[in-house]
Design a binder for this molecule. Structure first.
Ligand code: HEM
Length: 532
């Protein structure tokens, strides 16, 4: 193959701003792009009009399935800069060389709505970042809330079905204002804490530039000596955290459904680059059982006053995309994309996610080659023995594609861990196969929900009380309303009474004790006064 042809095959951008003749996809110049080819001036259109057929066929196939969750999103390019070496905790190269800069791509999203939904709906926001490191892509696929609805992945399809519009009529588009959502809530009380965040102002951010991000799960950092720490990832916006109020968010939804994407796009265009600091909460492995929450439970947060967030670097968004579909729509994140020095834990939700993302992307991209799309490619050199499949983009050179071949001089061979090859953390595992969670830790569904409530200022509490009243009040079934209020009664009597009064529901006679008042035996933390 000549060098020129080779270069053409490698090309992945087309500059449509340059003058060039209009051509078909196989390169033929076109002389007429306005009229179909007909037999006679008023006669039938001819099948031999290849330009019409190609253009129309391409148009007919322009859509790919939207993401099953997080369908509506907006992506921005950026750069991550490390403040100080974290070699004490990890051997990941992008976290050990002070001042090192790593290119990033971040996609913000809403969760429940479809692609055409509105930016300011009450919902969780996705905050997913791809770090293009020299050791491969690291994806931090987080949300703007520190906890999640469930701790077992097998319930994810159920919670999403409950959150999305009702099955029979696709009404309503709103995340929480309907019977299926509150029916879910009353019977799956591990959601109580997350729903507290969802009913708070955190669910209606003022701007993507002004919200926090959380990795939610507990990950592991592993250093060069093999010593591990449990960690949680955080993003802290330099502009601080700001929210809309509910009436504002509803007005904006009507007047400008693209409010958040315009806001971040315009600020980047103006050179007003949004900045987020990366933070870590760190717990040594030997302290795993010293807390009154389970460090593996994604429905619990680690209180920041007890385990402070250490700021370790800064991400700056400095470039908008050139092509929304090619970048924002085709980016494929995966919580399993990690690099040496970062590892998973036995958090059961995280383990379930490790299956789901590639599985859904095989559907979204019609085959296994979506990692070859420019926005998904690693920026480090790479090579392996995977070949063929729908939409293969590379010209693979060399006759072999098998392990340990003796025919190529430079075959892709595994790299020993000392030289940078990935090695899983050798965690000791024991126990009997079963479907139980540790009851003392995972089954405490209300303590942190109450802690969250106590951390709010008076006006934030009022917004939250009104949000519960508004959303539960939209339910048609009185049973569903009463059951939802019964769960609130387990968190806070005042909240239950307020909401019941607003929507005509019944409050249970008894104040149900939550486990909230207990103190951590190890740290002596009094959560009745905790703030977040
Ligand atoms: C997107 C599954 C929990 C954050 C997705 C997608 C699926 C999925 C199927 C669509 C991916 C795509 O089409 O590319 C699951 C499952 C979960 C889970 C099965 C639990 C078992 C979570 C949690 C978080 C999260 C706990 C936050 C920490 C996100 C984000 C996206 C996403 C930010 C959008 C990524 C993008 O912008 O492309 N999830 N998810 N998910 N998920 Fe999850």
């Amino acid at each position: 193959m000549s060098k020129k042809k080779d270069e053409l095959n490698q090309r992945d951008t087309i500059d449509h701003t340059q003058d060039a003749p209009l051509r078909t996809n196989h390169g033929l110049p076109i002389s007429d792009d306005e009229h179909d080819l007909t037999a006679g001036e008023r006669g039938p259109t001819l099948m031999q009009d290849f330009h019409f057929r190609e253009k129309m066929t391409h148009f007919d196939h322009e859509r790919i399935p939207e993401r099953v969750v997080h369908a509506r999103g907006f992506g921005v390019h950026g750069e991550f800069e490390l403040y100080e070496s974290l070699e004490k905790y990890t051997k990941a190269k992008f976290l050990t060389e002070p001042g090192k800069k790593t290119p990033t791509f971040t996609r913000f999203s809403t969760v429940a709505g479809n692609r055409g939904h509105s930016d300011t709906a009450r919902d969780t926001r996705g905050f997913a970042t791809k770090f293009y490191t020299e050791e491969g892509n690291f994806d931090l696929v987080g949300n703007n809330m520190p906890v999640f609805f469930i701790h077992d992945a097998v319930k994810f399809p159920d919670v999403v079905h409950a959150v999305k519009p009702e099955q029979h009529n696709e009404i309503p588009q709103a995340t929480a204002a309907h019977d299926t959502f509150w029916d879910w809530y009353s019977q799956n009380t591990e959601s109580a804490h997350m729903v507290m965040w969802l009913m708070s102002d955190r669910a209606i951010p003022r701007s993507y530039r002004m919200m926090e991000g959380f990795g939610v799960h507990t990950f592991r950092l592993v250093n060069a000596e093999g010593k591990a720490h449990f960690i949680k990832f955080h993003w802290k916006p330099k502009l601080g955290t700001h929210q809309l109020i509910w009436d504002e968010s509803q007005m904006v939804m009507g007047k400008d459904p693209d409010f958040h994407r315009k806001d971040i796009w315009e600020n980047i265009e103006m050179g007003n680059y949004p900045e987020f600091e990366l933070g870590l909460q760190i717990i040594p492995e030997e302290d795993e059982f010293k807390f009154d929450f389970d460090v593996l439970d994604p429905t619990k947060l680690w209180p920041e006053e007890d385990i402070p967030v250490q700021l370790v670097g800064k991400m700056t968004f400095n470039r908008n995309v050139d092509y929304y579909f090619g970048e924002t729509e085709q980016v494929a994140f995966h919580p399993g994309h990690i690099v040496p020095g970062i590892d998973f834990t036995n958090d059961p939700l995280l383990q379930g996610r490790l299956f789901s993302y590639t599985d859904t992307q095989l559907n979204r991209f019609n085959g296994p080659n979506f990692q070859q799309i420019p926005i998904n490619r690693p920026m480090c050199p790479f090579s392996n023995n995977q070949r063929d499949g729908f939409n293969q983009m590379y010209i693979h050179k060399g006759p072999t594609a098998h392990h340990k071949n003796r025919m190529n001089n430079n075959q892709p061979a595994p790299l020993p861990p000392e030289q940078g090859g990935y090695e899983h953390y050798p965690e000791t595992v024991e126990g009997k196969i079963g479907q139980k969670r540790p009851t003392q830790s995972f089954d405490d569904h209300f303590s942190q929900a109450k802690m969250f409530l106590n951390s709010l200022s008076e006006h934030e509490k009022q917004h939250l009380f009104d949000a519960y009243s508004f959303e539960i009040g939209k339910c048609k079934s009185m049973d569903v309303k009463n059951n939802a209020v019964a769960v609130l009664n387990k968190i806070d009597r005042g909240l239950a009474e307020y909401v019941a009064g607003k929507i005509g529901a019944t409050v249970p006679e008894q104040v149900e004790a939550s486990t909230y008042d207990k103190k951590s035996p190890a740290l002596g933390i009094d959560h009745t006064t905790s703030s977040l």
